[in-house]
Design a protein around this ligand. Structure first.
Ligand code: HC0
Ligand code: SF4
Length: 574
């Protein structure tokens, strides 16, 4: 251990601790733009590239970057001397000398870490005028917008893409003034193997990585008298959108979210949780079939478009393992544009379905050509949690003060099993609840499968379903997925069912969620919000959802029927 003193305060810390970490323990704030500590997955971006965190260490001539300097016994640190503050200001001014000053029109405005620091330092002019970068915008795809002119080389995105997700698209490129973090040969993202997980966007401190927005198209649809406009909202939205309106993290705001969507003028507000229940009906059926026949195991639960892209690029030899079920987002689309369109007496092209998703890959998924039968997309537009919060604010609605409202029916009715899809382990648990009861005809004594819960990147366990032992693996974050998929490829492990979510922790930590600015305790709070909502639901098993039962009676027949296959199943790997 090391006895140290920071700003006259004594503390004892483990040796190897950095000055920054020790200062955090003392609640002393040292600003930084590049540092990022992903506690849950034990990954740290420690590039020490921004140099904002410099401090004075007694006995040393040079200022030390707090994020990369380990403490030693007897160390005396001062974080707020004139010299340290002046050095930070100079670094900031140099960063800003090659940064566009268009904060007003930047998508990241009011949520930008560079803007906050510039404001805290009272920087209101550009003291250094030098060469300015002029890179073209990368708007090559539906999900992510890259503006290299706003990149400050913190390399957080590189850590996410290379180390956490192991996709390896974003890397340091060129040197000196020309240096940027970009795909090889400065390709646009659409020509790389980017899976659009959005984890780079989540951690970008500035407006260099943001999302593509469909807000103008959605406003146009809402004000078009000839369109019937429907919203569906993903499980994870309700656990996070309150944060954008100053509500306590982890407060589920389902009723207020529905009220806000009604206020915006949607004709119907449906719940993707309904479609999650529907997915479970089809998927539990497929699981039981494949496990009984011992065919194409493990079965990989459908859901996350990030892993679908990842599998298509990196594991084409495992094309037999994914479930053929579409994701809930796409199942909702298929049902709205068929069953519900018939009920309304409307043509599919006169209905506009808008998905509210915590995920940027969902924008890409909705635009996949296989999900536009006869050229009419099942899902027309996708807006992120952040994007919807902007629309709500734009309309002058204060979500926090709205009275709760309920989803419209029939496609707004859901069970607790649908709610927990938004967290890692949730799809597995929902599938087990239904698979058990449909196979055995018995009632589950205990609904919760706690062994599949939690934020660990890889969870493995077995469950005994009335004599059938199922071997399970649940992973979140694509690096963890790679580890398990490689073990499967090499026949080193045998699993019956696996669940993969591209984002660490699941959709609650998706690339479209409100920024957490490095505070991972928010993810745990969002996780708890969804499990509490599950606990509070009258029905907690997908097969008990009365609107799902009616949908099968009136329209689909049985799970796995020919019609269910035509509308609700798909094949990836083009
Ligand atoms: Fe998810 Fe989904 S649970 S991927 O994590 O399956 O985005 O929240 O909407 O589609 O339901 C995201 C979240 C969804 C889908 C659902 C699944
Ligand atoms: Fe890498 Fe994901 Fe960002 Fe694509 S979206 S560049 S895969 S981190």
């Amino acid at each position: 251990v090391a006895n140290i003193i920071i700003n006259d305060k004594k503390i004892i810390v483990e040796s190897g601790t950095t000055i920054l970490e020790a200062a955090q323990k003392l609640h002393i704030k040292i600003p930084t733009l590049c540092h990022l500590d992903l506690h849950d997955i034990k990954m740290v971006n420690r590039t020490a590239s921004c140099r904002i965190c410099v401090v004075e260490v007694e006995g040393r001539r040079n200022l030390a970057p707090a994020c990369a300097t380990p403490v030693f016994d007897g160390m005396v640190v001062k974080t707020n001397t004139m010299r340290a503050i002046q050095a930070r200001r100079t670094v900031l001014e140099l960063i800003l000398s090659d940064h566009p000053f268009n904060c007003l029109s930047c998508a990241k405005s009011t949520d930008c870490e560079l803007q906050v620091l510039a404001n805290e330092f009272g920087i209101d002019t550009r003291p250094y005028q030098g060469a300015a970068s002029h890179y073209p915008l990368d708007i090559s795809n539906k999900a992510i917008r890259r503006d290299l002119n706003k990149c400050i080389m913190c390399r957080r995105c590189e850590t996410m893409c290379n180390e956490v997700q192991t996709v390896g698209v974003l890397t340091g490129y060129q040197r000196g003034f020309e240096a940027v973090v970009a795909p090889a040969d400065m390709q646009p993202l659409s020509e790389s193997t980017c899976v659009y997980c959005g984890q780079c966007v989540s951690v970008c401190p500035t407006g260099a990585l943001t999302e593509q927005t469909a807000r103008p198209e959605i406003w146009n649809a809402l004000f078009d008298p000839d369109k019937y406009v429907i919203a569906q909202t993903a499980p994870a939205i309700r656990a996070a959108i309150g944060e954008e309106f100053g509500m306590a993290p982890g407060e589920a705001v389902t009723g207020k979210l529905v009220a806000a969507l009604n206020n915006l003028g949607f004709d119907d507000v449906f719940d993707t949780d309904f479609a999650a229940d529907l997915t479970i009906m089809e998927e539990a059926n497929e699981i039981v079939e494949r496990v009984t026949r011992q065919e194409n195991l493990p079965i990989l639960t459908s859901c996350c478009p990030g892993w679908i892209n990842f599998l298509e690029y990196q594991f084409p030899d495992l094309s037999h393992i994914p479930s053929t079920c579409k994701s809930p987002q796409q199942m909702m689309g298929a049902i709205v544009k068929s069953y519900y369109a018939e009920k309304l007496g409307k043509k599919p092209e006169d209905i506009v379905l808008v998905s509210v998703m915590p995920c940027l890959a969902k924008k890409y998924e909705a635009a996949r050509p296989e999900f536009a039968p006869q050229g009419v997309p099942d899902v027309d537009h996708v807006v992120s949690t952040r994007g919807l919060a902007k629309m709500i604010k734009e309309a002058g609605i204060d979500l926090a003060t709205l009275e709760d409202e309920d989803f419209d029916h029939p496609l707004g009715e859901s069970t607790g099993a649908g709610v927990i899809f938004g967290v890692s382990g949730g799809v597995m648990e929902a599938a087990l609840r239904t698979a058990y009861e449909t196979v055995t005809g018995k009632q589950l004594a205990k609904l919760e499968f706690k062994q599949v819960r939690g934020l660990e990147a890889i969870k493995t366990t077995t469950v005994n379903l009335d004599g059938t032992i199922l071997r399970l693996a649940i992973t979140s974050g694509l690096g963890a997925a790679r580890t398990v998929l490689e073990q499967i490829r090499n026949n080193e492990v045998q699993y019956d069912i696996i669940e993969i979510m591209a984002c660490p922790g699941g959709c609650i930590n998706g690339g479209g969620q409100p920024s957490i600015h490095g505070d991972f305790s928010l993810i745990e709070k969002r996780r708890q919000a969804l499990y509490s909502e599950d606990e509070g639901k009258a029905l907690r098993k997908s097969h008990l959802n009365p609107s799902i039962q009616k949908l099968y009676e009136e329209f689909l027949g049985q799970p796995g029927s020919e019609k269910a296959h035509r509308l609700l199943h798909t094949h990836y790997f083009p």
